[in-house]
Design a protein around this ligand. Structure first.
Ligand code: NCD
Length: 307
């Protein structure tokens, strides 16, 4: 994977997914052992985080992942850079390239922005979310979290619930999970489901009950109010009643169902507090796994992995 830009899960092979998951396991040990976490794998490498959309988890975990591996990492916030003066994406990328960086981790509201970046600059590009298109590192950390709990991926039933239409997480999960042999069920209000969706290994439901019955994993998506057009979304009360994940609904799922949510959560809307904090929830653990998976990705692409 050395030198490979990471744009989406569509072009990831099963072998590459395995490489990342195996490397992430080792990285997680390093994070968990405490004490000195600083490795030298990426010493002398420079990484810029370029985020045009808000982020807490993804940006911080990419930053820490780079730092734990010994790279120099700088985060650019669109609100305090020349982006507010109207500098174009192309010019911003060229400016960062001129400073001699090795990788740019990028989040942008436009679908295709990360792929476009690979065409205009030489540093490796890692897509940290482009509009509703893709969010590969999130899909990889979802797989990692599931495998840590279930000991396998193939054959598991996963329900992805909520605002599928606007979700780059759902898109990347669908590619990643079906490649690993999982059975994927998507559920949400009709207006928030993709209209013409045909994908081997994926079923789409307009009600939640069919999707979550017997599910081994439920991935609850955030209702992305910032991406909604008028009329797509029922009232919040109606949504919570019809699709919200609460204790009562969980009874339909497998007894040891694992609850995921990429965060940030709208508590009381797509998920209840009791579910977020219940013992079957791995939401907090996803955050730690996010650092490990991003360390693995950076090490494999910038360094070729542990030799
Ligand atoms: C997701 C994102 O930004 O796509 N969050 C994340 O990266 N943890 C999901 C979301 O914003 O709902």
């Amino acid at each position: 994977m050395l030198g490979k830009s990471i744009i989406g899960m569509k072009n990831f092979s099963v072998e590459e997914i395995r490489l990342v998951l195996n490397a992430a396991r080792k990285m997680k040990q390093i994070i968990k052992r405490g004490g000195d976490k600083k490795l030298s794998n990426l010493r002398g490498k420079a990484i810029v985080n370029l985020f045009y959309e808000p982020s807490t988890r993804t940006r911080t975990s990419f930053e820490l992942a780079g730092k734990y591996l010994g790279a120099d990492v700088v985060s650019i916030n669109s609100g305090t850079s020349s982006i507010v003066k109207g500098e174009s994406l192309r010019d911003t990328l060229k400016t960062i390239e001129a400073m001699g960086v090795d990788a740019i981790v990028m989040r942008h509201k436009a679908e295709g922005a990360a792929d476009y970046a690979t065409q205009v600059v030489k540093p490796m590009i890692i897509n940290a979310g482009d509009g509703a298109h893709a969010h590969p590192s999130q899909a990889l950390l979802d797989l990692f979290t599931i495998e840590q709990h279930k000991g396998r991926l193939a054959g598991l039933k996963v329900a992805i619930v909520g605002d599928i239409l606007h979700s780059r997480v759902a898109r990347s999960d669908v590619y990643a999970m079906t490649k690993m042999g999982m059975e994927v069920h998507l559920a949400g209000p009709k207006t928030l489901l993709p209209r013409f969706f045909k994908f081997d290994g994926v079923k789409v439901h307009e009600d939640i009950e069919h999707a979550i019955t017997g599910a081994d994993v439920i991935n609850v998506l955030r209702i992305q109010l910032e991406r909604q057009q008028a009329g797509l979304f029922p009232s919040t009360r109606e949504y919570a009643r019809a699709f919200g994940i609460n204790n009562e609904r969980l009874r339909l799922a497998a007894e040891d169902v694992l609850i995921l949510h990429p965060g940030p959560q709208n508590k009381g809307l797509e998920i209840s507090s009791e579910v977020t904090y219940c013992e079957r929830s791995a939401i907090q653990e996803q955050v730690q796994n996010g650092v490990a998976v991003r360390m693995a990705l950076l090490d494999l692409t910038l360094n070729g992995g542990v030799k």
